[in-house]
Design a protein around this ligand. Structure first.
Ligand code: AMP
Length: 191
Protein backbone atom coordinates (compact mmCIF):
# COMPACT_ATOMS: atom_id res chain seq x y z
CA UNK A 1 0.00 0.00 0.00
CA UNK A 2 1.09 3.55 -0.69
CA UNK A 3 0.07 5.70 2.28
CA UNK A 4 1.13 9.32 2.00
CA UNK A 5 0.88 12.11 4.53
CA UNK A 6 0.79 15.39 2.65
CA UNK A 7 1.94 17.91 5.19
CA UNK A 8 2.23 21.66 5.42
CA UNK A 9 0.54 24.77 6.77
CA UNK A 10 -2.88 25.95 5.59
CA UNK A 11 -2.53 27.24 2.03
CA UNK A 12 0.58 25.18 1.24
CA UNK A 13 -1.15 23.45 -1.69
CA UNK A 14 -2.00 20.09 -0.11
CA UNK A 15 -5.49 19.95 -1.64
CA UNK A 16 -4.28 20.87 -5.13
CA UNK A 17 -1.49 18.30 -5.10
CA UNK A 18 -3.79 15.66 -3.59
CA UNK A 19 -6.10 15.90 -6.60
CA UNK A 20 -3.21 15.19 -8.95
CA UNK A 21 -1.96 12.30 -6.82
CA UNK A 22 -5.42 10.70 -6.74
CA UNK A 23 -5.54 10.78 -10.55
CA UNK A 24 -2.07 9.34 -10.95
CA UNK A 25 -2.00 6.67 -8.24
CA UNK A 26 -5.71 5.88 -7.65
CA UNK A 27 -5.41 6.60 -3.94
CA UNK A 28 -8.26 7.44 -1.56
CA UNK A 29 -8.09 11.07 -0.45
CA UNK A 30 -8.79 11.62 3.24
CA UNK A 31 -8.97 15.30 4.13
CA UNK A 32 -10.26 15.85 7.66
CA UNK A 33 -11.06 19.49 6.74
CA UNK A 34 -13.28 18.28 3.85
CA UNK A 35 -14.89 15.62 6.08
CA UNK A 36 -15.63 18.23 8.76
CA UNK A 37 -17.08 20.65 6.18
CA UNK A 38 -19.27 17.75 4.96
CA UNK A 39 -20.59 17.30 8.51
CA UNK A 40 -21.35 21.04 8.68
CA UNK A 41 -23.24 20.92 5.37
CA UNK A 42 -25.29 17.97 6.61
CA UNK A 43 -26.04 19.88 9.81
CA UNK A 44 -24.93 17.07 12.13
CA UNK A 45 -24.23 17.68 15.82
CA UNK A 46 -20.54 16.96 15.23
CA UNK A 47 -20.55 19.53 12.42
CA UNK A 48 -22.18 22.19 14.59
CA UNK A 49 -19.61 21.71 17.35
CA UNK A 50 -16.68 21.66 14.90
CA UNK A 51 -17.88 24.77 13.05
CA UNK A 52 -17.39 27.03 16.07
CA UNK A 53 -13.76 25.97 16.40
CA UNK A 54 -13.07 26.00 12.65
CA UNK A 55 -14.51 29.50 12.15
CA UNK A 56 -12.25 30.63 14.97
CA UNK A 57 -9.13 29.04 13.42
CA UNK A 58 -8.71 26.44 16.18
CA UNK A 59 -8.17 22.70 15.89
CA UNK A 60 -11.09 20.40 16.65
CA UNK A 61 -10.48 17.72 19.34
CA UNK A 62 -8.22 14.79 18.42
CA UNK A 63 -10.90 12.20 19.25
CA UNK A 64 -13.27 13.70 16.66
CA UNK A 65 -10.88 13.54 13.70
CA UNK A 66 -9.36 10.20 14.73
CA UNK A 67 -12.88 8.72 14.82
CA UNK A 68 -13.63 10.05 11.33
CA UNK A 69 -10.39 8.64 9.91
CA UNK A 70 -10.99 5.28 11.58
CA UNK A 71 -14.44 5.06 9.94
CA UNK A 72 -12.99 5.92 6.52
CA UNK A 73 -10.22 3.32 6.80
CA UNK A 74 -12.84 0.70 7.67
CA UNK A 75 -15.05 1.80 4.78
CA UNK A 76 -12.20 1.48 2.23
CA UNK A 77 -10.72 -1.90 3.04
CA UNK A 78 -9.68 -2.64 -0.54
CA UNK A 79 -7.95 0.70 -1.18
CA UNK A 80 -4.57 0.75 -2.95
CA UNK A 81 -3.53 3.37 -0.44
CA UNK A 82 -4.48 6.70 1.09
CA UNK A 83 -3.47 10.33 0.98
CA UNK A 84 -3.85 11.93 4.37
CA UNK A 85 -4.37 15.66 3.87
CA UNK A 86 -4.62 17.94 6.91
CA UNK A 87 -4.28 14.90 9.17
CA UNK A 88 -2.44 14.14 11.44
CA UNK A 89 -2.27 17.67 12.88
CA UNK A 90 -1.03 16.75 16.37
CA UNK A 91 1.44 14.16 17.63
CA UNK A 92 -1.47 12.36 19.36
CA UNK A 93 -3.21 12.06 15.97
CA UNK A 94 -0.01 10.71 14.38
CA UNK A 95 0.30 8.06 17.11
CA UNK A 96 -3.36 7.09 16.69
CA UNK A 97 -2.93 6.83 12.91
CA UNK A 98 0.05 4.50 13.34
CA UNK A 99 -2.04 2.21 15.58
CA UNK A 100 -5.01 2.26 13.20
CA UNK A 101 -2.81 1.34 10.24
CA UNK A 102 -0.89 -1.28 12.21
CA UNK A 103 -4.18 -2.99 13.09
CA UNK A 104 -4.69 -3.31 9.32
CA UNK A 105 -1.13 -4.61 8.77
CA UNK A 106 -0.23 -1.33 7.11
CA UNK A 107 1.84 1.81 7.79
CA UNK A 108 2.61 5.30 6.51
CA UNK A 109 5.01 5.12 3.56
CA UNK A 110 6.26 8.70 3.72
CA UNK A 111 5.37 12.21 4.87
CA UNK A 112 5.88 14.88 2.22
CA UNK A 113 5.99 18.41 3.62
CA UNK A 114 5.31 21.39 1.37
CA UNK A 115 7.36 24.38 2.52
CA UNK A 116 5.84 27.83 2.05
CA UNK A 117 6.65 30.96 4.05
CA UNK A 118 4.01 32.70 6.22
CA UNK A 119 3.69 35.84 4.05
CA UNK A 120 2.95 33.74 0.93
CA UNK A 121 0.45 31.60 2.90
CA UNK A 122 -1.52 34.65 4.05
CA UNK A 123 -1.69 35.94 0.47
CA UNK A 124 -2.82 32.59 -0.92
CA UNK A 125 -5.49 32.07 1.76
CA UNK A 126 -6.96 35.54 1.36
CA UNK A 127 -7.10 34.98 -2.40
CA UNK A 128 -8.72 31.55 -1.93
CA UNK A 129 -11.23 33.15 0.49
CA UNK A 130 -12.65 35.18 -2.39
CA UNK A 131 -13.90 32.03 -4.10
CA UNK A 132 -13.93 29.26 -1.46
CA UNK A 133 -16.68 30.87 0.60
CA UNK A 134 -14.80 29.62 3.68
CA UNK A 135 -15.15 31.97 6.65
CA UNK A 136 -11.75 30.85 7.94
CA UNK A 137 -10.11 32.01 4.67
CA UNK A 138 -11.76 35.43 4.66
CA UNK A 139 -10.46 36.98 7.86
CA UNK A 140 -6.75 37.87 8.23
CA UNK A 141 -6.94 37.44 12.01
CA UNK A 142 -8.33 33.90 11.70
CA UNK A 143 -5.72 33.07 9.05
CA UNK A 144 -2.95 34.15 11.42
CA UNK A 145 -4.54 32.08 14.21
CA UNK A 146 -4.56 29.00 11.94
CA UNK A 147 -0.89 29.51 11.10
CA UNK A 148 -0.12 29.86 14.82
CA UNK A 149 -2.04 26.62 15.60
CA UNK A 150 0.04 24.99 12.88
CA UNK A 151 3.34 26.24 14.30
CA UNK A 152 2.41 25.34 17.91
CA UNK A 153 0.65 21.99 17.53
CA UNK A 154 1.15 20.66 14.02
CA UNK A 155 4.79 21.44 13.15
CA UNK A 156 5.99 18.92 15.82
CA UNK A 157 4.32 16.13 13.81
CA UNK A 158 7.23 16.44 11.34
CA UNK A 159 9.59 15.33 14.13
CA UNK A 160 7.41 12.26 14.73
CA UNK A 161 7.97 11.06 11.14
CA UNK A 162 11.62 12.19 11.11
CA UNK A 163 12.07 9.78 14.03
CA UNK A 164 10.81 7.01 11.73
CA UNK A 165 12.95 8.14 8.77
CA UNK A 166 9.81 8.88 6.81
CA UNK A 167 10.02 12.65 6.49
CA UNK A 168 10.82 14.61 3.32
CA UNK A 169 10.31 18.28 2.65
CA UNK A 170 10.07 20.01 -0.69
CA UNK A 171 9.76 23.62 -1.83
CA UNK A 172 6.03 24.43 -2.04
CA UNK A 173 6.54 27.64 -4.04
CA UNK A 174 6.55 27.36 -7.82
CA UNK A 175 4.26 26.00 -10.49
CA UNK A 176 1.76 23.27 -9.60
CA UNK A 177 3.45 20.99 -12.18
CA UNK A 178 6.98 21.53 -10.83
CA UNK A 179 5.84 20.81 -7.28
CA UNK A 180 4.02 17.69 -8.49
CA UNK A 181 7.23 16.52 -10.19
CA UNK A 182 9.15 16.94 -6.91
CA UNK A 183 6.47 14.97 -5.05
CA UNK A 184 6.70 12.19 -7.62
CA UNK A 185 10.45 11.88 -7.23
CA UNK A 186 9.99 11.45 -3.48
CA UNK A 187 7.30 8.79 -4.00
CA UNK A 188 9.55 6.94 -6.45
CA UNK A 189 12.13 6.38 -3.70
CA UNK A 190 9.62 5.12 -1.13
CA UNK A 191 7.30 3.05 -3.30
P1 AMP B 1 -8.30 22.37 6.47
O1 AMP B 1 -9.37 22.23 5.45
O2 AMP B 1 -7.38 21.21 6.52
O3 AMP B 1 -7.57 23.69 6.36
O4 AMP B 1 -9.03 22.41 7.89
C1 AMP B 1 -9.94 23.43 8.23
C2 AMP B 1 -10.19 23.41 9.74
O5 AMP B 1 -10.74 22.14 10.13
C3 AMP B 1 -8.95 23.57 10.62
O6 AMP B 1 -8.58 24.93 10.82
C4 AMP B 1 -9.40 22.90 11.89
O7 AMP B 1 -10.29 23.74 12.63
C5 AMP B 1 -10.23 21.73 11.39
N1 AMP B 1 -9.40 20.51 11.16
C6 AMP B 1 -9.16 19.90 9.97
N2 AMP B 1 -8.39 18.81 10.13
C7 AMP B 1 -8.11 18.75 11.46
C8 AMP B 1 -7.34 17.87 12.26
N3 AMP B 1 -6.67 16.83 11.71
N4 AMP B 1 -7.28 18.10 13.60
C9 AMP B 1 -7.95 19.12 14.16
N5 AMP B 1 -8.68 20.01 13.48
C10 AMP B 1 -8.78 19.82 12.13
Amino acid sequence: MLNLVLFGPPGAGKGTQSQKLIEKFGLIHLSTGDLLRGEITQGTELGLEAKKLMDDGKLVPDAVVIGMISNKLDANKDAKGFIFDGFPRTVAQAEALDSLLLSKQSAISVMIALEVNDAELEQRLLLRGKSSGRLDDANPEVIRKRIKEYNDKTAPVAGFYQGQNKYTSINGIGSVEDIFTSINSVIATYK
